[in-house]
Design a protein around this ligand. Structure first.
Ligand code: NAD
Length: 402
């Protein structure tokens, strides 16, 4: 069989620990036998980040701007323990944070839905994608403990020195305050990323805030979304047969529970942080969650939502067998390959990505899976496979399908 050609390279960002091991297995078993894989390789493994003073992370993000599509392996975000373990020169920042800052995107997370791994919410039939605004609010807040009676105010000093003040509270005893911000520019990017992704995936978009209580802060989010939608996207949404739907966050939560899924739920930073964990656990497993960073300029970076699965890596180093789920990492590859195929009008490449996804799903639905899924499946007597065993089983299914 002739291998599928790729005209434009994918930006490949390699990573750490168990996911780095899976990365190579996926390439060897599921990609290289079928594709003339064309990637520009960046090693974001912690050792190489340390050697290059993290320059490689910046270079990989710039390459994503050049080519438009990247696929990323999970990477270690160093903490004190990692400083010693890898003899680091510095506590390098999270690569995801660095890449997000350069591409200025929104992260979309969607569960991979498989028969036999049933969501806790019985009526959820289709995936629910969470779009989380990744800038500002409580994540960039300034806080203060108020020790005793006194007055706290918000003060804005304009460039010409004029001050505007609002009373926060006149304290008559100890308490706490918090000041947070966001930027119209960032909210606009968030809105455009959401509308673009909704069109791209032909799914209705929901957005919710608490604008009845937060009449300026949250209301600004609501207004910016509505303005951009009416001006730039409404016609295209109509043509695609999808909707933009705004409601209050409490109404959204109630409706989500009763829905059958199949839409994108755009969330402010904190709501997205909390709700994406609820969605992933309710759909079954963190290892079945995909993640894509979509920039308002139309760059896409695909990855698994989980980390480097450190505990399995240490087992692997001791020579013990592991049963690590590679599905989300495979779907990071297929997401990126399909997007590359779309952009390059390479139908064979997109079709290959679709087949590989179907092969993963069929393998699990036929009862062959890794341990994390075997523990929660409704399929009777599943076959528990090792990390490598599962990838080989997917290859066998794929070959049957081809
Ligand atoms: P983790 O996602 O690696 O693991 C969390 C839990 O989920 C563990 O119990 C693990 O066994 C289980 N799990 C996760 N993925 C699995 C899979 N594919 N198959 C089977 N079980 C799976 O998160 P962590 O333990 O908090 O972090 C480990 C490392 O990953 C840290 O160094 C952290 O900085 C990094 N991390 C990276 C990313 C990223 O690159 N996007 C995200 C999160 C964490």
């Amino acid at each position: 069989m002739e291998k599928i050609k790729m005209t434009t390279p994918l930006v490949e960002m390699d990573g750490d620990e168990m996911t780095r091991i899976l990365w190579q297995m996926i390439k060897d078993e599921l990609l290289l036998p079928f594709l003339e894989l064309n990637t520009e390789y960046y090693d974001l493994g912690l050792e190489h980040r340390n050697e290059t003073d993290d320059q490689v992370t910046f270079d990989s993000a710039e390459a994503t701007k050049k080519y438009g599509v990247a696929v990323k392996c999970a990477t270690i975000t160093p903490n004190a323990a990692r400083m010693g373990e890898y003899s680091l020169k510095e506590m390098w920042k999270s690569p995801n944070g660095t890449i997000r800052a350069i591409l200025d995107g929104t992260v979309f997370r969607a569960p991979i839905v498989v028969k036999g791994i049933e969501p806790c919410v019985k009526n959820w039939k289709k995936p629910i994608t969470i779009a989380r605004h990744a800038y500002g609010d409580v994540y960039k807040a300034t806080e203060m403990k108020i020790p005793a009676a006194g007055k706290a105010e918000l003060v804005y000093t304009a460039a010409d020195g004029t001050e505007t003040r609002e009373l926060i509270h006149a304290f008559d005893g100890p308490g706490i305050i918090q000041g947070m911000h966001n930027l119209n520019k960032s909210i606009e990017s968030f809105a455009r990323s959401c509308f673009t992704y909704a069109l791209d995936t032909k799914q209705t978009l929901w957005f919710a805030t608490k604008d009845t209580i937060s009449k300026k802060y949250d209301h600004t989010f609501k207004d910016i979304f509505q303005e951009i939608f009416d001006k730039e996207y409404k016609e295209r949404f109509d043509a695609a047969g999808i909707e933009y739907f705004y409601t209050l966050i409490d109404d959204a939560v109630a409706r989500v529970m009763k829905s059958e899924g199949g839409y994108i739920w755009a969330c402010k930073n904190y709501d997205g942080d909390v709700m994406s964990d609820m969605i992933s656990s309710a759909f079954g497993s963190l290892a079945m969650m995909t993640s894509v960073l979509v920039s308002p300029d139309g760059y896409f970076e695909y990855e698994a939502a989980h980390g480097t699965v450190q505990r399995h890596y240490y087992k692997h180093l001791k020579g013990e067998e592991t049963s690590t789920n590679s599905v989300a990492t495979i779907f990071a590859w297929t997401g990126a390959l399909r997007k590359r195929g779309e952009l390059d009008q390479n139908a064979a490449l997109s079709e290959f990505a679709n087949r590989l996804e179907k092969a993963c799903i069929k393998t699990i639905e036929d009862g062959r899976m890794t341990k994390d899924l075997a523990l929660i499946t409704t399929i009777q007597n599943p076959t528990v496979l090792s990390s490598e065993g599962f990838i080989k089983a997917v290859r066998a299914t794929l070959e049957e399908m081809l």
